[in-house]
Design a protein around this ligand. Structure first.
Ligand code: ADP
Ligand code: MG
Length: 739
């Protein structure tokens, strides 16, 4: 508390002012560590994610498990007890709305007992979970009313107008961290805002007033310090539009820049590598594969960079389409880089590319693997092959993005499973080519139009809708253990039946070890909150032990597969499973994408509610790939009607990836399709949600296009130009921070 007072300063601050200047070294360091904030602008664009009201007492009886809630309640009881398994203590606080009770749990934070004393009222925010039959919030954010109310003044007397205003004043709830809870962020923001000088608005005034939007500075005050709900709503509309506008202006400028660059045309060569591949493929291409193949063939032959997304169901045969493109480039002496999201996938792609090419083509094209797991000398060899041009195809993971990796003539970048890579990473790879390379993005997660428009600006989209002939149908079931705990046994019965029929079974768990399951539970969900959930989740280790001890599965060949195994062991397990030498593997999502075992018939996902919609869909795609029908069991203890359960139900209800993509967007409330899940870093989009804000995005795009048409280099719009520049530095900074 002491450093706050001393950091207060009266000189005006601008958005570009370093936080150290505005709030002092110590607090600035905390914000930098927690959120990567460096400037006043970073802090002030850390917007509240919702608002609560002191007057609303929350009906505790109706709290839905698994949801983010904000509760106004009173502390009833408070006590600490030692943890059973580990060192440390648990602070348990019972709070009440006058009728029901809910427990707050804090691990190793006994000091909170000093402020969470019975009788005090406050606001508590967190994700509700059910633990041993009762509701609890683990590590909630909270703000106690009497010493942090508004500007620190005390509560007005009941039934006065002041009291009513106090009750209805929205309390901003910020995305918080363990070290910086919401109320503390609010306090710092309240301290800085009054000193904010006039801010330049990236949205031209005439555009803003046409849409009835506020000025930037007013909107910043409205979103952080609203006096009523209308204030923050207006502010949010303004700031959301601003985000869309800056983003679209940036994308449009980028598009113009790309269009103005030349790429090397790679013409199809009769009797070249591509033609030789076609001649010995063991199957007929589907009509969709042919059609998409022709589009790509045409694009590659143009002197401008291809920028194409191929979307197609899991198993629709995207890889062979990409391989043909790589060969067309090779026919012209160009190299291709194939970027895969995981080690397992990269090596699998390499294997299947080598197999598809056959010995002769493989010897000529020298497909080469480059991942972080290679030994120093293997890596050196791979890098030599890339830079000498010897390897026409280089398959790899993030390691391909390394500074030391360069190519002789990189002509095509293929990115598999786009959702794992951010825009920045693709840009890095593109930067390794002398002229801009052609680009092909493969995804099994269909991308709604607004998302494609926002993420990629100007990407051409091709779809492979057909599955190759002989694909079997997949049946999906939710196994709701909350309602039917007895069904658990049936899961293992089904597994043993599949194995008895000569098939193989995948079992997927959210965690590797029990300890991790306890510690990190919750972090695996797309929209996981900061606080760990106290409900333990299935782990690979425990499940493997249970499977081995299960009489139904006695004598079956089982193994574990997860990211913590040494690379060669992982590879050995995967190979053994692919070769039919294992009946069942218990795995994490390392098997999620692309792993191809045609004889695998059952996919059992434990604690399925811990996974996102697209992950579940991907997992399901691992079965039904060969001659045998697929069975997918989504096992969950989430209660019917909870958001977590809805996600699982949605996936079980349809095999249609497009439908699921839409459902996914609807179900993600706070998850940002472009946010941390996309790129692993801080998103520059705060308020804009691509799923929900399609209309705003389209409007902003039209407005931005009109501005750019009259002023392509933004001479007359310096604030917009610098907002775009900031966005870019933000992005590269985020990228560098991750690299
Ligand atoms: P995905 O689109 O999920 O990446 P893959 O490219 O991995 O799908 O293809 C899945 C499997 O289908 C592979 O074993 C591949 O060899 C096979 N395959 C691809 N195209 C065809 C086709 N036209 N007919 C039969 N099998 C095919
Ligand atoms: Mg694939």
């Amino acid at each position: 508390m002491t450093d706050e007072g001393s950091a207060t300063q009266t000189a005006p601050v601008a958005l570009g002012t370093p936080l150290t200047t505005a709030i002092g070294e110590r607090q600035a360091a905390a914000f930098a560590r927690a959120f990567g904030h460096r400037t006043v602008g970073d802090l002030l664009t850390h917007y509240p994610r919702r608002y609560a009201h002191r007057g609303e007492l929350t009906a505790l009886a109706e709290l839905p498990a698994g949801e983010d809630v904000t509760i106004v309640a009173e502390v009833k009881k408070c006590g600490t007890r030692p943890m059973r398994q580990r060192r440390g203590s648990i602070l348990e606080v019972a709070i009440s709305d006058g009728t029901g009770l809910i427990t707050l749990t804090f691990f190793n934070q006994a000091w909170r007992a000093n402020e969470l004393v019975p009788g005090r009222r406050g606001i508590f925010a967190g994700k509700v979970n059910r633990y041993k039959g009762s509701l609890q919030l683990t590590h909630p954010d909270y703000e106690l009313f009497d010493d942090t109310a508004g500007n620190g003044s005390s509560i007005p007397a009941p039934s006065t107008p002041d009291f009513e205003a106090w009750q209805s004043q929205p309390i901003p709830i910020y995305p918080a961290s363990g070290t910086l809870p919401s109320w503390k962020i609010a306090r710092v923001v309240r301290e800085v805002l009054p000193h904010l000088a006039q801010v330049a608005d990236p949205v031209p005034r005439d555009v803003a007033s046409e849409h009835g939007l506020e000025e930037f500075g007013a909107a910043l005050r409205g979103i952080h310090m609203p006096t009523n709900d209308a204030d923050w709503r207006r502010a949010r509309d303004t700031l959301r539009y601003q985000e869309a506008f800056v983003l679209q202006a940036a994308l449009l400028q980028e598009r113009e820049r790309l269009r103005a660059t030349a790429a090397t045309a790679r013409m199809p060569v009769p009797d070249g590598y591509a033609a030789r591949l076609d001649a010995h493929l063991p199957f007929e291409l589907t009509a969709d594969q042919e059609a998409v193949g022709e589009q790509i063939e045409h694009d590659l032959a143009q002197p401008v960079p291809m920028n194409r997304l191929v979307q197609g169901e899991v198993g629709s045969g995207k890889t062979v389409v990409a391989l043909r493109a790589m060969l067309q480039v090779a026919d012209n002496g160009g190299q291709s880089a194939f970027l895969a999201p995981t080690e397992v996938l990269a090596s699998q792609h390499l294997r299947s590319i080598v197999a598809s090419l056959g010995p002769d083509l493989a010897a000529e094209l020298m497909p080469t693997l480059l991942t972080g797991r290679l030994t120093a000398s293997e890596r050196k060899k791979a890098m030599l092959r890339a830079v000498s041009g010897q390897a026409q195809i280089v398959v790899g993971t993030h390691a391909l993005l390394g500074d030391a990796v360069s190519f002789f003539d990189l002509g095509l970048v293929v990115v598999d499973e786009q959702h794992r890579f951010g825009v920045e990473q693709r840009d890095v790879l593109r930067g390794k080519a002398a002229t801009p390379p052609h680009q092909l993005v493969l995804t099994a997660t269909p991308i709604p139009r607004t998302v494609a428009m926002t993420v990629f600006g100007d990407l051409d989209v091709s779809t492979i809708a057909q599955l190759p002939a002989g694909r079997q149908k997949i049946e999906s079931f939710v196994v709701p253990l909350a309602e039917h705990p007895r069904w658990e046994n049936r899961i293992w019965e089904r597994a043993s039946e599949e194995i008895a029929a000569g098939h193989q079974v995948f079992v997927v768990c959210p965690a590797i070890s029990a300890k991790e399951a306890e510690d990190d539970a919750g972090e695996l969900i797309d929209d996981a909150d900061d606080a760990p959930s106290a409900t333990p989740v299935a782990s690979v280790e425990q499940t493997l032990a249970a499977v081995q001890a299960n009489p139904l599965l006695a004598g079956k060949r089982v193994a574990a597969l997860h990211g913590r195994l040494p690379a060669d062991e992982k590879d050995a397990v995967m190979r053994a499973f692919a070769a039919g030498a294992l009946d069942l593997i218990v795995a994490t999502t390392v098997i999620e994408v692309g792993v191809d075992v045609p004889n695998a018939s059952a996919m059992i996902v434990l604690d399925a509610d811990r996974f996102g919609v697209s992950q579940l869909h991907q997992l399901r795609g691992r079965v039904g790939r060969g001659g045998v029908p697929g069975l997918c069991l989504f096992v969950t203890t989430a209660e019917a009607g909870s958001l977590a359960r809805e996600r699982v139900d949605a996936v079980a209800a349809t095999l249609d990836g497009f439908e699921l993509a839409e459902a996914d967007l609807e179900l993600r409330r706070e998850g940002d399709v472009l946010g941390s899940n996309q790129s692993g870093g801080r998103s520059s989009l705060r308020l804009l949600r691509v799923a929900r804000d399609g209309a705003v995005i389209e409007q902003a795009r039209a407005d931005a296009a009109a501005v750019l048409e009259h002023d392509p280099v933004l001479h007359e719009h310096p604030a917009l130009a610098s907002a775009i520049a900031d966005r870019l530095t933000d992005r590269s900074r985020d990228f560098l921070a991750r690299a």
